[in-house]
Design a protein around this ligand. Structure first.
Ligand code: NAD
Ligand code: UDP
Length: 310
């Protein structure tokens, strides 16, 4: 039985990861400061004797004896990561240093949850891991994009300098049950708006694209990455390569929810990437992984979740 630390374990992806790791027979310690995470996400795990929750902010150091660390702690929605931009940077820099320091001290394997945002507003399409990106260092998204880029740098440097056993995954837009209704990201916004009969807010003309991965596929990929041979450290893209313009996505959600909501347009936020789609050849080759949940099936499950919880 492995003892595994998941930071951000009460969040959307983190809670699914904790659940899967427990189901696979591991002992799981979840660390979360509950900024965007919620106890509801992990309530069903609380009476599992192999599950432990620590309310803690990774900006402060902590000592826990574990074999593996999945470092997911960081708000992921633009609305939340921009709410306190300095805190977001601190989480990505100081928080990641603390977790890497912990990995070094207890000799744990360390996986950093990075993001497709490291590619910024990409000039190459689809995005391959070798692409260095096109990121604005001084914009309103920089606390997150540049924060995650530094987190990757730190992870690599702890590997090169201190021989920490590391893995880096670059997560592309992921969705599913347990996204917060007020999360602000497009999937939850559109579904919640459609179910409440409110206008669906498309930012800009909606021609910008994203590719959406269902959370169970993402968790699969993350665990497979953690279990690859020591020499393979990534970074590796994890996402679903099916690309959809946001306006088409709004129409799809309206149709799937049988909603009478109108689709309206709002200003496009600054530095909103115009296109995004992962090249997942590396994950296919090295992890033998590719997403299996079709967009419509994943959306149906997510809509059902919001129907129950709203
Ligand atoms: P989320 O906001 O639901 O989860 C983040 C969790 O981290 C929350 O539980 C939050 O309370 C916790 N947290 C934030 N700052 C913390 C701190 N300083 N100390 C301790 N806990 C803290 O977001 P998510 O979608 O589950 O994302 C999880 C990770 O995956 C993040 O690192 C995010 O950057 C990355 N990611 C997600 C996506 C996506 O589409 N969901 C895409 C790319 C990358
Ligand atoms: N978006 C939108 N309406 C919303 C929320 C988001 O049109 O209510 C757009 C947003 O401008 C972006 C895309 O949907 O182009 C994905 O946004 P999200 O915040 O989900 O993720 P990210 O921009 O980080 O990929």
């Amino acid at each position: 039985m492995k003892k595994i630390l998941v930071t951000g374990g009460a969040g959307f992806i983190g809670s699914h990861l904790c659940e899967r790791l427990l189901n696979e027979g591991n002992e799981v310690v979840c660390i979360d400061n509950f900024f965007t995470g919620s106890k509801n996400n992990i309530l069903h795990l609380m009476d599992n004797k192999h599950f432990e929750v620590i309310r803690h902010d990774i900006i402060q150091s902590i000592l826990v004896e574990v074999d593996e660390i999945y470092n997911l702690a960081c708000p992921a929605s633009p609305v939340h990561y921009q709410y306190n931009a300095i805190k977001t940077i601190k989480t990505n820099v100081l928080g990641t240093i603390n977790m890497l320091g912990l990995a070094k001290r207890v000799k744990a394997k360390f996986l950093q949850a990075s993001t497709s945002e490291v590619y910024g507003d990409p000039k190459e399409h689809p995005q391959q891991e070798a692409y260095w990106g096109n990121v604005n260092p001084i914009g309103i998204r920089s606390c997150y994009d540049e924060g995650k880029r530094v987190a990757e740098t730190l992870t690599m440097d702890y590997h090169r300098q201190n021989n920490v056993d590391i893995k880096i995954i670059r997560i592309f837009n992921t969705y599913g049950p347990r996204m917060a209704a007020n999360d602000g990201r497009v999937v939850s916004n559109f579904i919640v708006q459609a179910l409440r009969g409110e206008d669906l807010t498309v930012y800009g003309d909606g021609s910008q694209t994203r590719a959406f991965c269902f959370v169970s596929d993402l968790v699969d990929g993350a665990i497979k990455m953690m279990n690859t041979e020591k020499e393979f450290i990534g970074p590796v893209n994890l996402g679903n390569p099916v690309e959809t313009p946001i306006i088409e996505f709004a129409k799809k959600i309206k149709e799937m929810t049988n909603s009478n909501s109108k689709i309206v347009h709002k200003p496009l936020p600054q530095d909103d990437p115009t296109q995004r789609k992962p090249d997942i050849s590396l994950a296919q080759q090295k992890l033998n992984w590719q997403p299996s949940v079709k967009l419509d099936d994943g959306l149906r499950k997510t809509i059902e979740y919001f129907e129950k919880t709203l």
